[in-house]
Design a protein around this ligand. Structure first.
Ligand code: ZN
Length: 165
């Protein structure tokens, strides 16, 4: 049985005890952009925040790209988030290869060279990368200057955040 099938079976049972108290319209107070890495899945709890207050925007590598900007604009301009945290982490899988290497390997293995993705956004320095993502988000004209955007690196060994200034 695949994990998806197992999850479907489990859902049928778990939904019996579903708490519908949070089923009203979304009213997030903060948007968090972080990595899809499973080690970041508990980040709301590690920050002591309520799930209902957080718009969680995740992609591999904590990248501010066209799609995460789209989510941030909706979160702040439509849903009402008033602050943005960008949370990268140490030992990210995106530091284990370079874009050019991966592209070369995939071209070799598949024999094709598709137009997308244009970049994988691999990086070497989590702090520097976070600084760049903050700058990209900060410079977007549809994200209000009244919304603070702060960048952090989560340490997967200690569970602590350090702010990137
Ligand atoms: Zn990561």
């Amino acid at each position: 049985m695949s994990l998806i099938d197992e999850a479907l079976s489990a859902n049928a049972v778990i939904a019996e005890d579903y708490d519908a108290s949070h089923s009203g319209p979304p009213a997030p107070r903060i948007a968090i952009v972080t990595c899809a890495d499973p080690r970041l899945s508990g980040i709301t709890r590690m920050l002591g925040l309520d799930d209902a207050d957080v718009d969680m925007i995740r992609n591999v590598g904590t990248v501010i790209d066209d799609d995460s900007v789209r989510s941030l604009v909706i979160s702040t301009q439509v849903l009402g988030s008033r602050e943005i945290m960008i949370i990268n982490h140490n030992e990210c899988g995106m530091t284990t290869f370079a874009d050019a290497e991966l592209e070369e390997r995939l071209r070799r293995e598949t024999g094709v060279s598709p137009i997308a993705p244009a970049r994988f956004y691999s990086f070497t320095d989590a702090e520097q990368n976070t600084r760049e993502q903050v700058q990209k988000a900060r410079s977007h004209p549809w994200i209000s200057p009244d919304v603070p955007i702060r960048g952090f690196v989560f340490d997967v060994h200690t569970g602590r955040l350090s702010e990137v200034l």
